[in-house]
Design a protein. Structure first.
Length: 276
């Protein structure tokens, strides 16, 4: 009987060990890969010193390990763009709302693997609401190209967002050992670099591609985690944007990826306000 009990303990230990390797949970801010969508700027060849835009953006994607949590959201934005010779700027405000579906998961205390020491956390599936409001801004160096197009050769973009909703409450109240990494705060800041090349057709339509890379500015102390602090790399994002402009309307599709176990696709429209 004692041998059977020892064998059973061994089997359970092995199962718990391997299940712990595949049951990690990462709860970051929903703004990680959605806070810097495309902001339209008039071409230098349009001879406009500035323009104001209103935007509507829908995003859908996944988060957490294996992208098992579904995330949907909508953003309303307004921004101003300016041309200053070889420089261009944009700046504006936004509000975002969305749904974050937390998938059911088990997590295991990663410190001890003996059955009598191990703690298993069972989190049930839950639909949560999230929202945020904040500011975006950027500046770039622009180089004219053929036929009225241009290359925004190098730019800097930044975002500051404050989160609200019960997804933030869920993260704030989650025990330190019940998930691998938990972002505890509701304010996020990002800074990044981008390049954007735009071609202009004979009929006045504009076609462009933008690529950007950036990271969050939040310090290590804003996170709780099971492993050592070295396990959290700077939370970064990488995005590819394809955009098209005809007269006052700029439509875009943006694919965002983050090393914080998040990815999404954004569909948006920037509409230029005013007569010109």
């Amino acid at each position: 009987m004692k041998k059977n009990y020892t064998f059973l303990l061994l089997i359970v230990s092995i199962v718990v060990f391997f299940s712990s390797c595949s049951s990690s949970a990462y709860f970051y801010s929903p703004s990680n890969a959605t806070s810097v969508p495309y902001h339209a700027i008039p071409l230098q060849s349009d001879s406009l010193k500035g323009a104001t835009y209103a935007s509507g953006i829908f995003n859908v994607g996944g988060a957490n390990q294996d992208w098992r949590d579904c995330v949907f959201g909508f953003q309303g934005r307004i921004h101003r763009s300016n041309n200053f010779g070889n420089f261009q700027t944009f700046y504006g405000a936004n509000i975002s709302v969305g749904s974050y579906h937390i998938a059911e998961f088990y997590d295991v205390d990663h410190v001890n693997y003996y059955p009598y020491d191990t703690t298993v956390y069972h989190n049930y599936a839950e639909n949560t609401f999230y929202g945020s409001y904040g500011f975006n801004g950027g500046i770039n160096v622009v180089v004219p190209t053929r036929h009225g197009g241009e290359w925004r050769a190098i730019g800097i973009e930044t975002s500051l967002q404050k989160e609200f909703g019960n997804y933030y409450t869920f993260r704030k109240n989650l025990g330190d050992s019940s998930a691998t990494v938990i972002f505890r705060k509701n304010v996020t800041g990002t800074v990044g670099l981008y390049t954007d090349i735009i071609a202009k057709s004979r009929h006045g339509a504009e076609f462009g591609y933008k690529m950007s890379w950036g990271f969050m500015l939040n310090p290590e102390s804003d996170y709780s985690h099971i492993y050592s602090k070295n396990s959290i790399n700077p939370v970064a994002y990488f995005s590819n944007t394809f955009h098209f402009t005809k007269e006052k309307v700029t439509g875009f599709v943006q694919i965002n990826l983050s090393n914080s176990y998040a990815g999404n696709i954004q569909f948006g429209v920037n509409y230029k306000l005013g007569k010109k």
